[in-house]
Design a protein around this ligand. Structure first.
Ligand SMILES: [Zn+2]
Length: 272
């Protein structure tokens, strides 16, 4: 059966006789494994679409077991990601993460669109690549329906929020920073924040039992990332201290709720 779909190549593995196996994140079918003989080194139209960080249109033949990519063309190449090694590694990490978050042949168009928005924002970005990765992670958790609860206590349901309201987390020029900051607990196993009353009844040490003490300013940032489109985050960069704190929590959260441990490209994700 012949078919075609838009897609992003997540992973390429060389096999024999110049053939390669790909993980293609397709808009129509979700992630699929596909073989191809088209080389990314080729200067042909199809070759260009096989390069990393390309949004392309792929013509597929579906056999009994696998797909074969017969032909391809680039819709948009985010080639400038490849011009900076740090940028390249951060974007590679996100594609590796998408590969882990997706199940073969389950379409997930929202995650597909988020990945494109991420690649586009990353291509334009000059620094603070890690901030964009954190925003991607939190937004992907939301699309999967397992984002942390940040507006109410996960134990008793009492509202906890910035007085200005839960959707108001600042603007790109004025990133959320609460004037009246206090501390709340964030429980990774419970999946969100815990109010003061419940905190008194929750025995914990900071960082122990995967419970962290968080400044409400950080909760506001998390909320901002979860609730706003990638383009609002394009120009936002976290300072190193904030980045490390949020990175630690998001990492532990994904490990606990998704079973995603260390990824190969992760060693390079250490800066804001
Ligand atoms: Zn409570």
């Amino acid at each position: 059966m012949y078919t075609e779909t838009e897609g992003i190549i997540l992973k390429q593995i060389n096999t024999v006789n110049g053939r390669r196996m790909l993980h293609l994140f397709s808009r129509k079918f979700g992630k699929i494994s596909a073989g191809t003989g088209i080389s990314e080194r080729s200067r042909s139209k199809a070759g260009l679409a096989m390069r990393p960080f390309t949004y392309g249109r792929y013509e597929l033949y579906k056999g009994r077991e696998t797909y074969n990519i017969n032909s391809a063309e680039a819709i948009r190449s985010y080639y400038r990601i490849g011009e900076d090694v740090d940028k390249y590694m951060h974007a590679s990490y996100v594609l590796e993460l998408v590969d882990k978050l997706t199940v073969e042949e389950h379409s997930f168009p929202q995650l597909f669109n988020l990945t494109l928005a991420f690649l586009s924002a990353m291509e334009e970005r000059k620094k603070k690549y890690g901030t964009l990765v954190l925003a991607f992670e939190l937004k992907a958790l939301k699309l999967m329906g397992i984002e942390p609860r940040l507006d109410a206590c996960v134990v008793c349901g009492a509202q906890i929020g910035s007085p200005a309201g839960k959707e108001d987390g600042g603007s790109p020029e004025n990133p959320p920073a609460a004037e009246t900051e206090s501390t709340v607990l964030f429980s990774i196993p419970e999946g969100g924040i815990i109010c003061g009353d419940c905190a008194k009844k929750t025995p914990h040490q900071d960082g122990g039992q995967l419970i962290y003490s968080l400044n409400t300013g950080i909760v506001d940032i998390l909320r901002y990332f979860v609730n706003n489109p990638m383009k609002n985050i394009e120009k936002l960069g976290l300072d190193d201290g904030l980045f490390r704190e949020i990175h630690t929590i998001v990492k532990a959260y994904m490990e606990h709720h998704l079973g995603i441990g260390k990824l190969k490209s992760e060693d390079f994700i250490g800066d804001s």
